[in-house]
Ligand binder design. Structure first.
Ligand code: SAH
Length: 374
């Protein structure tokens, strides 16, 4: 244990630094707020419905295509309510184009990444919720640079809209398609940017053209375990899947792997997770990155199995993805198999996550948003 960095709650950044905010965007607003915003700009409220249809249904923010609005009105409404918030800096693809990672620059130069993964039966987008991350987990590349700032609701949504556009335009091999699943597993701790993330979830799941009309069942919010936020999420009436990044069943190890554990312990985090499952009837996903000789012992699998036995949960094992400067590596295949068997012997459902995007540093824990020059 001695070679592990010591971290404590004091080094964690739960509250993002105050910075200039991105310009207001249609996607930040509820339908009622959009109508009010349009009225403030001296236009009839129904223009908000038209704009919403262009943005959320037709996926366009280009005035030329809004032929149902008078020319001058379009230009003004688009400049006021549909500013361009993300600029693509770099796009890398692998798996014959079925996986693509985009590096985005935000208005203030902050960099974030999103990943689109097309499978035979679905398209999953992994989105960022903060520029950087304040949670400081030592095995995650994002955590190493610290937290720059919270993203706005619209900045989060724009990542998905950009992916949806690329899919609709047939830019991703396999013919035109839609985004079916969203995972808040990109950069950042979504529950530390609660309000903007809830707003984004609404825009994703609200029926078109109010939102994108993606099924809430296809949305997963992943957290290190910010207990008060999990409790709040359970009361939102949004049946999204909760994923908890557990990574260790015991406080001693989890304190070092997920430093926020020094604030909210394993038992508290799991307690909040079971409440979430009971209230939403949604199975909770327990994320566990298997790290060679650190958390992959059979006794830990047993301990985890006992904690999860009979609960509405399933374990997602993630073979550790390499990150710069980390001395840790993925578990041996035989240890991974033994870990799976032990968990299954307790009747716990287990899957091993694929390592999509690993070769483009787009897999779990690899999003660091290095600029092209870096
Ligand atoms: N902050 C949230 C959202 C990020 S999700 C959270 O931690 O849940 C990213 C997932 O990938 C988390 O489960 C995280 O712990 C995991 N992860 C981070 N670094 C990883 C790595 N190097 N290999 C595999 N998984 C990693």
């Amino acid at each position: 244990m001695s070679e592990q960095p010591t971290r404590n709650a004091a080094q964690l950044t739960l509250v993002a630094p105050r910075r200039a905010k991105p310009q207001r965007h249609l996607a930040d607003l509820t339908m009622a707020e959009r109508r009010a915003a349009v009225a403030e700009l001296g236009e009839k409220p129904f223009r908000a419905d038209q704009l919403s249809r262009h943005y959320f249904a037709k996926l366009t923010a280009s005035p030329d295509q809004m032929t149902d609005l008078p020319g001058e009105t379009r230009e003004r409404l688009v400049s006021q309510l549909m500013p361009s918030l993300l600029t693509s800096v770099r796009e890398i693809t692998c798996d014959g184009g079925m996986t693509r990672k985009t590096l985005w620059k935000l208005f203030d130069g902050s960099l974030v990444e999103s990943v689109l993964m097309r499978y035979s039966d679905r398209v999953t987008m992994c989105v960022s919720s903060q520029a950087g991350c304040g949670m400081n987990c030592p095995f995650c590349a994002t955590g190493q640079a610290g937290l720059t700032r919270n993203m706005s609701t619209a900045e989060i949504v724009e990542q998905v809209v950009a992916g949806a556009r690329a899919l609709a335009a047939g830019e991703v091999p396999g013919g035109p398609a839609r985004v079916s699943n969203i995972v808040f597993m990109g950069m950042g701790e979504p529950m530390a940017n609660y309000k903007a993330v809830i707003g984004a979830v609404h825009r994703l799941v609200d029926p078109s053209p109010e939102g994108l009309g993606i099924s809430a069942r296809g949305v997963t919010v992943s957290t290190v375990g910010l207990v008060p936020a999990i409790e709040k999420l359970a009361g939102e009436g949004l049946p999204v899947t909760l994923a908890v990044s557990l990574h260790a069943p015991d406080d001693e190890l989890r304190d070092t792997l997920v430093p926020i554990n020094t604030r909210w312990k394993v038992a508290e985090v799991l307690g909040a997770a079971w409440d979430y499952a009971a209230r939403t009837k949604r199975r909770v996903s327990i994320e566990y990155a298997l790290i060679k000789d650190i958390n992959d012992q059979e006794w830990r699998a047993d301990l985890l199995g006992r904690l999860l036995k009979g609960k509405l949960a399933h374990v997602n094992l993630i073979p550790l993805n390499p990150t710069p400067g980390s001395k840790w590596t993925a578990s041996r295949p035989e240890d991974e198999r033994a870990f799976v068997r032990r968990l299954e012997s307790h009747g716990v459902a287990v899957t091993v996550r694929d390592t999509r995007g690993r070769e483009i540093d787009g897999a779990c824990g690899q999003l660091a948003a290095a600029s092209p020059e870096a």
